[in-house]
Design a protein around this ligand. Structure first.
Ligand SMILES: Cc1cc2nc3c(=O)[nH]c(=O)nc-3n(C[C@H](O)[C@H](O)[C@H](O)COP(=O)(O)OP(=O)(O)OC[C@H]3O[C@@H](n4cnc5c(N)ncnc54)[C@H](O)[C@@H]3O)c2cc1C
Length: 456
């Protein structure tokens, strides 16, 4: 069967059903990124894990493709599907903080911003990425690299347990003792192994941070110095160094707009005085164009209304790791950024290390623990005709940055194909993931993801 009787579906679930012609259908099929126009047969927002199992059963019965959606930030557009069923977790929003234990159970309809805010009300924190609207389902199953990673590890390093609905409809409670292989795989293996309906996270006391945006002129020396200082800094400091044309924002002087700048996002997870000292060498690299770095609460790292609901960019992008980012390499990358065909282009450098690197490569499905830098290159499209040109620019720029073993962070992969999936999961990690896949999803029902086929 390749069609679906929507009126029968409506009687089968208490959760929300959105089908073609319904109010909200277009919104339900729109993701953060533009450039996709899929028209699902139905979007189902289950009201509890049992209904999640019901949606999985429906996908099996109908044979329709199943997409799983949490925050809708999939770079490859995996969380919607043309003609298929979208399992949208938006209505699973329960959250329970245990202050004494410093843990939280959070259902996966919540975003990173939702959970960050809720735990901060108790003086606690958990690190996700750099954007509050990203869903905890996608970022956690893929890994989670953000403002607290060098201090407290990746998001997956703070996962204590999960509830997973598997392809055969079982609702499993998984942790280090119960279904340990599945617990290992959902920490970095993406959405391949089932639908996670809630995570239990370890929290950390974090009353304040020193953080915000630092805008500097983009010379090779400044970019190289920023990366070098951040990588050598105490692990309380995590930074994201974006090199891009200065946005036309009110605080950017007219003559600077459009020229290359370093848009640094910094977060020092510790006392204000120490943070100021650690940041001094970075601030000294050049006269800042703007300096918004100050003592703040952690949720203030995620400004409200970022981008806005109508912002759906389309971009070509490439993610990679680098072990070394020396001055000649940075100089070449800046030259490419300066002469790029696209008005909007960016190269992003993320120094890693710290707590990320203290976890063994085989402890979770993220096996790039020793890599020094993550680099993301993106070029925004101005219509479909510009795709080929922008993709080529991205590839050529990425080739300058890439050194050391080929690798990829799954959450920043677009539709890059199976070879890159292998780069995301090198060697033994791939073998083990395919075995776990065979055990929990032998028919590859969950295939709208960076796919790991079951071992044959
Ligand atoms: C603007 C932006 C900023 C970003 N910044 C960062 C960052 O700083 N750090 C970082 O690590 N990543 C970052 N990412 C990448 C982000 O982590 C991934 O795109 C992630 O998959 C998004 O999660 P989502 O729930 O919003 O996405 P969705 O599109 O809803 O889901 C993506 C995929 O994740 C899987 N999935 C989602 N929820 C579940 C679930 N509950 N159970 C099983 N599988 C599930 C499914 O395969 C789904 O197709 C960013 C992405 C964007 C667009």
């Amino acid at each position: 069967m390749t069609t679906i009787d929507v009126s029968a579906v409506r009687t089968r679930f208490t959760g929300q059903i959105v089908a073609p012609g319904d109010d909200g259908y277009d919104r339900a099929r729109t993701l953060f990124y533009g450039g996709f126009d899929p028209k699902p047969a139905v979007v189902i927002r289950p009201s509890d894990p049992a209904e999640v199992a019901g949606v999985i059963a429906l996908a099996r019965e109908t044979g329709l493709d199943l997409a799983v959606r949490c925050g809708g930030h999939s770079i490859a557009g995996h969380s919607v599907v043309d003609g298929g069923i979208v399992l949208d977790l938006a209505h699973l929003r329960a959250i329970a903080v245990d202050v004494d234990e410093r843990t939280v159970w959070a259902q996966t309809g919540l975003t990173a911003g939702d959970v960050t805010k809720a735990v901060a009300e108790r003086g606690l924190a958990i690190g996700f990425g750099d954007t509050g609207t990203v869903g905890i389902g996608g970022i956690t199953t893929g890994g989670g690299v953000g403002y607290l990673s060098r201090k407290y590890g990746m998001t997956i390093d703070n996962v204590l347990a999960a509830e997973v609905v598997t392809a055969d409809g079982q609702i499993l409670q998984v942790d280090a003792d119960s279904h340990p292989d599945l617990f290992w795989a959902v920490r970095g293996g993406g959405g391949n192994f089932g639908v996670v309906t809630r995570f239990k996270y370890q929290l950390h006391e974090l009353p304040e941070v020193v953080g915000g945006m630092l805008l500097l002129p983009a010379t090779p020396e400044v970019v190289h110095g920023f990366i070098r200082e951040a990588a050598a800094a105490p692990e309380e400091l995590s930074v994201i160094v974006n090199v891009m044309p200065a946005p036309p924002m009110p605080f950017v002087p007219e003559h600077v707009r459009g020229s290359l700048v370093v848009l640094g996002l910094v977060c020092y997870a510790g006392p204000a005085e120490e943070g100021a000292k650690v940041l001094a060498p970075i601030r000294a690299l050049a006269e800042p164009i703007a300096d918004f770095v100050r003592p703040i609460t952690y949720p203030e790292m995620f400004p409200e209304g970022e981008g806005g609901e109508e912002f759906h960019p389309t971009a070509a992008s490439r993610t990679l790791f680098a072990d070394e980012l020396d001055l000649p390499r940075i100089t070449q990358i800046l030259e490419r950024l300066r002469t790029a065909p696209a008005p909007m282009r960016v190269t992003q450098f993320r120094p890693l290390g710290g707590a990320i690197s203290r976890v063994a490569d085989d402890a979770t499905a993220y096996a790039h623990r020793g890599r020094a830098f993550m680099v993301n290159v993106a070029s925004f499209l101005d219509g479909p005709d510009t795709r080929a040109e922008r993709e080529q620019w991205v590839l050529d720029t990425a080739a300058i940055a890439e050194n050391g073993a080929p690798g990829a962070y799954v959450n920043f992969l677009g539709d890059d194909g199976p070879a890159r999936a292998r780069e995301a999961y090198p060697g033994a990690t791939w073998e083990r993931l395919t075995q776990v896949k065979r055990q929990y999803d032998p028919d590859n029902l969950f295939h709208r993801n960076v796919n790991i086929p079951p071992a044959s």
